[in-house]
Design a binder for this molecule. Sequence first.
Ligand SMILES: Nc1ncnc2c1ncn2[C@@H]1O[C@H](COP(=O)(O)OP(=O)(O)OP(=O)(O)O)[C@@H](O)[C@H]1O
Ligand SMILES: [Mg+2]
Length: 300
Amino acid sequence: MYSEWIGRRVARIPKESGNLPGDTTSFVGRKHDVARSRQLQGRTRLLTLTGPGGMGKSRLALRVAAQVRRSFPDGAWLADLAAVEKEELLEHAVLAALEPGHDMGQHPLAALTDFLQGKRLLLVLDNCEHLLHGCALLVHALLASAPGLQVLATSRQSLGVAGEHLLTVSPLSAPHPDDPGQVTAAGQSEALRLFADRAAATLGEHALSELGRAAALICHRLDGIPLAVELAAARMRVLTCEQILDRLDDRFALLTGGSKAAPARQQTMRAAVDWSYDLCGPQEQLLWGPFVRLPRQFRP
Ligand SMILES: Nc1ncnc2c1ncn2[C@@H]1O[C@H](COP(=O)(O)OP(=O)(O)OP(=O)(O)O)[C@@H](O)[C@H]1O
Ligand SMILES: [Mg+2]
């Protein structure tokens, strides 16, 4: 009897369809950003999370999508565009994410439009910055043809589509160097929590006893940028917090050796900056500092 009752209750819970990946590392903070994104999603069909590389746009988008997916009977779907090199391949990539077994003979835009017909679905278009023009055209076409579609995009720049709402993703809260409360558990900032989580994952819980004022200063000097904080924590395999702090003046040399599972542009801070630099036109590149402008072979 009890199992029948449970069965009926479970049947009433909407099935969650989609392809969102699960978290493989802890998610830290961002309560306000998650709430704000959800609020904006109630007002717009295209929300773009913008911000510099490594700021946490993709992570935030996946968090928000996972929280709202139950409101989409046809699921929440991720199309990660980072590895899509050419705009000509964009429609294929999105179609492959939504419908891996699609009819290869059909034009991809027509197949996408057919697939989305009558569906209420959230599409997360992740890492759009290198395909801005193509993404803008595609999103515009899909939103016009599929009234039940909602798009959550992440990009270092806005897509520039009519009706797009933007949310700029800011750094995690970072410890203030003069506030001793910041290193105690209760007063921990988001960046320090992230540093502590990643250090503990790498070295074990005993690493937490080493995290004093130096760890707080590292997070402060890295401005709470999640990728930089993670790369710094990874250095704890071989350096103490004090040694990391001492070497932060040369942060491009220090912040290397990210997770092997991370995309190449997130393996080092240098690669994260290069990815943005390479997306700029020649005039925009002049605005970057002389250090970044050095040809690759002359850089440290
Ligand atoms: N709130 C968070 N909690 C835990 N880890 C985070 C958080 N935000 C970001 N990170 C981690 O920081 C790294 C960079 O985050 P993410 O990939 O989301 O940045 P991004 O802004 O999308 O970067 P890019 O512009 O290169 O695509 C990732 O390893 C991610 O897991
Ligand atoms: Mg991203």
